[in-house]
Ligand binder design. Structure first.
Ligand code: ADP
Ligand code: ZN
Ligand code: ZN
Length: 809
């Protein structure tokens, strides 16, 4: 007798374990993991659709299990490998089973997927059974029919077996889709038809739900109504209020077939230079291995990826290309789409649920051979994977911030080892952890030290801003930067100015008593945005008016502190009147369309000075930019996180790489109050190895990754006392389970660096432990926080477990 483990409702958090069912003899041959089945569920044996996740030869107890009633799929919707991957993630990242399995299931609700059957060949019907002949007659007109429809009309016993046989004889074709959302269907979208500020005025302060919607609508400009309501967790009636006030328009559009625009220019193959060729051959010659390409900005890594993918295509194999954030790397997308056309699927966050399913279905059916996408594209359901590329591997976005809190690198390693695929990481500034692994031999290190085109790396000059001040320059632009900008503009060149803080200024501070304007629900200082004259919290997005008098001491000497991109924009406009100055940060750029519009006008030379945050640091290639100014490298350097020197090095190197991509040598002016800092010094000399050697010494001395693993447990909830009580109880439990072990350091519990976010009080327990005992620690965490969770967890208190977090705030 065999048994199947079945998940029934994929969305329910309660049913966190699969259920066991008995497989009746007649279904034994066709049941497989990844296929959907019909089972009687619950006390009243309601019929439910479930999915098989594993098959066992014996049951774990002699409990009388219910029988599976029917099998719905001829082919598994999800590969066994992918289900294995989900089990592995559950153990590795300590999340619930449903959270882990969700990543590999088709987008949406698997119960809504319908299988279609279509005739592919008309033949003599003698060798077919009566049921098979009935099926063939039913689909004789060539239209695709949902299998359920056959079930209603024909004898259901043996139907799946009959269909299976017909498919093997190649008389029919099977495909799947979401029935009610088929082709030619439309979807409702909402877009704003009033200025943002005007809208805010109409909504008023009390209507927080409307405000939330308004922000979300402006944040995406045009968004499917269903996605909007789900994101904001609100109902249609609230949206209707905005419509009635003529603030938004609801439009109906037909669902897009393919998300790649039709107007992508062809991107022809470039012959590799000798350094590129060396790297390419090493990878090509060792399929199934893992590589790190450490190549300076502009060394032509993308062309290597493209040609590796081409090699895969010729072998009939599939490729996954991961990029940090899709909107941030349009040039990479254009190159892939421009070379491989309709073989490429682009998975970006702007896709609707329907589009996401459609992409998934086409990848699964082999229509696409290449996927370019952000982090979650690592789960693309390819059947014959050959290559995974992680571009800009050092980026934070490769660590998931929601459960399962996976590292994309680790998942990629796992997928590669299951499928024998090649893994390629690429970057100009490897993360310390990755470089350490490469030196240890986990990855093969390949280096490129020359640019692909005959351009030199830009010259980086560091300006000590303390000296500027002492010599009488109170402006945030140094004299050197000013002179270089003036000269470049005089020659008709373009300039990029980088500052990693949006808004007008940092917090509003009272110079008399030191009061700082903080967000009521987050306890973090709010940022002054001059464009809408409000303070805005960068954590929860809420806004408030700017105080005219200090609410504590009544002083009127209350001012903004620190500069943001808005202020830089205002100042440069005064400094260089008549020049076209454009700001690019998440306030100015609300969607992909804005983003692309700015890139295009920059490329066409319509912009003289582009000011921006991290948004401008990656993957942009403007040949006419000769000067790059970094206004305050210190903003990143001063964050309370052990990775801030690393981040500073990465950011300055990436930003500097934007200069001198044309025929002129670029100049980079880096302004700082900490010119002696090793991170600044090594980036000035473009010396990654020097930086790494210094940084790795510190990591070792201070016991940080990659020498130890870290685990951060954040406990949070609305009621401070209850949260505090719970975290202390868990801390004791955890200490008890781990026991006396000098290889585990348990720090805390203490208030998290961000003590309060969104009204939640937050406390942390931080673990540092050796790689040799990670299994033990994981088991302990699993026991305390996952297995026992129903027993000890209270509804109003939540726990987040993050292993090797990229940020500990
Ligand atoms: P990276 O990704 O390493 O920063 P890119 O792939 O963006 O570098 O390449 C930088 C520029 O060099 C691009 O404009 C690209 O078209 C060009 N390029 C790449 N390989 C070659 C080559 N072999 N010969 C000439 N130009 C090349
Ligand atoms: Zn005051
Ligand atoms: Zn807030």
């Amino acid at each position: 007798m065999s048994y199947a483990e079945i998940i029934v409702n994929q969305k329910s958090a309660k049913a966190d374990k699969p259920y066991t069912y008995r497989i009746p003899e007649e279904l034994a041959k066709i049941i497989e993991p990844g296929k959907r089945v019909v089972v009687p569920f619950g006390r009243f044996n309601k019929l439910e659709i479930g999915m098989v996740v594993s098959i066992e030869d014996s049951a774990s107890s002699d409990f009388k299990y219910k029988n599976i009633l029917d099998v719905l799929d001829k082919n598994p919707l999800v590969d066994t490998d992918m289900i294995q991957l989900a089990y592995w993630m559950k153990n590795e990242y300590l999340c619930s089973f449903s959270e882990a399995i969700q990543t590999v299931l088709p987008p949406g609700d698997f119960r809504e997927i319908k299988t279609y059957i279509k005739i592919s060949k008309f033949v003599e019907t003698e060798e077919l059974s009566k049921l098979q002949r009935q099926i063939m007659e039913h689909i004789a007109d060539g239209k695709a029919v949902i299998i359920d429809e056959l079930k209603e009309r024909l004898d259901t016993a043996g139907l799946m077996t009959a269909i299976q046989d017909l498919e093997e004889k190649q008389l029919i074709e099977l495909s799947f889709d979401i029935a009610q959302l088929g082709k030619g269907k439309t979807q409702k979208f909402v877009k704003p038809i009033m200025q943002y500020n005007e809208g805010l005025g109409i909504i008023g302060h009390r209507a927080t739900k409307q405000q939330l919607l308004w922000d979300e609508i402006w944040g995406s400009f045009e968004i499917p109504v269903s996605d909007l309501l789900q994101n904001c967790n609100t109902s249609l009636s609230v949206l209707k209020i905005l419509e009635a006030r003529n603030m938004v328009e609801i439009i109906e559009k037909s669902i897009q077939e393919s998300p790649i625009g039709i107007d992508v220019a062809r991107y022809s193959k470039i012959e590799l230079n000798s350094s590129q060729r060396k790297v390419y051959s090493s990878i090509e010659g060792h399929p199934g291995e893992a590589f790190l390409i450490h190549g300076i900005t502009g060394s032509g890594k993308t062309e290597i990826y493209l040609q590796l993918v081409e090699g895969m295509l010729s072998k009939g194999k599939d490729s996954i290309i991961l990029v940090p954030e899709i909107a941030l790397t349009p040039q990479t997308i254009d190159r892939f789409a421009g070379r491989f056309g309709n073989k490429v699927a682009i998975l970006h966050s702007g896709l609707t649920q329907t589009e996401r399913f459609d992409q998934w279905r086409r990848i699964k059916s082999g229509e696409y051979k290449i996927v370019v996408g952000a982090r979650s594209a690592i789960f693309a359901p390819f059947n014959d994977l050959g290559l995974i590329v992680i571009d800009e591997e050092h980026e934070n976005t490769y660590k998931s911030s929601i459960n399962p809190k996976y590292s994309t690198y680790e998942v990629a390693m796992k997928r590669c080892s299951m499928s024998g695929s090649t893994l390629v990481l690429g970057t100009a500034t490897p993360s310390v952890e990755t470089y350490y692994r490469a030196l240890k031999g986990d990855l093969k290190l390949l280096e490129i030290n020359t640019r692909a085109t005959p351009m030199q790396l830009p010259e980086i000059q560091v300006v000590d801003m303390r000296k500027e001040l002492s010599e009488g320059n109170r402006s945030m632009v140094s004299r050197l930067l000013y002179e270089e900008m003036k000269a470049a503009l005089g020659d008709g060149r373009q300039i990029i100015i980088f500052l990693n803080r949006r808004g007008y200024s940092g917090s509003i501070v009272c110079r008399s008593c030191g009061y700082v304007s903080k967000c009521d629900s987050c306890e973090v200082s709010m940022t002054y945005h001059k464009s809408n004259s409000r303070l805005r919290c960068h954590y929860c997005g809420s806004t408030k008016p700017i105080p005219i008098l200090c609410p504590i001491c009544g002083s009127s000497y209350i001012r903004g502190f620190g500069v943001g991109t808005e202020k830089v924009e205002e100042m440069l406009n005064k400094m260089f009147p008549g020049k076209v100055i454009v700001r690019m940060d998440s306030d100015a750029v609300r969607n992909k369309v804005d983003y692309e519009r700015i890139l295009t006008s920059m490329k066409q030379g319509e912009i003289d000075i582009l000011i921006g945050t991290q948004m401008i640091s990656k993957g942009l290639d403007f040949p006419n930019v000769t000067v790059v100014g970094i206004i305050a490298a210190d903003i990143t350097l001063n964050l309370p996180d052990f990775r801030s020197p690393e981040r500073t090095f990465q950011l300055t190197t990436q930003v500097a790489g934007r200069a001198g991509r044309g025929e002129w040598v670029g100049k980079v002016i880096l302004q700082t109050y900490n010119p002696e800092h090793y991170s600044i010094q090594f980036s000035r000399n473009s010396d990654y190895k020097g930086f790494y050697d210094e940084e790795i010494k510190l990591r070792k001395a201070l016991k940080y990754p990659p020498f130890l693993r870290m685990g951060v447990i954040t406990v949070f909830g609305k009621d401070n006392n209850r949260v505090k009580f719970a975290v202390e109880k868990w801390h004791l439990l955890l200490k008890g389970v781990i026991g006396d072990n000098n290889e585990v350091e348990i720090l805390g519990p203490h208030p998290a660096p961000l003590e309060k976010i969104n009204g939640n009080h937050r406390y942390q327990i931080v673990l540092k432990f050796g790689y040799n005992i990670q299994k033990q620690v994981a088991d302990a965490l699993d026991r305390v926080f996952i297995e026992d969770k129903e027993r000890i967890r209270q509804n109003d208190i939540k726990v987040s477990i993050d292993l090797d977090p990229v940020s500990i705030l």
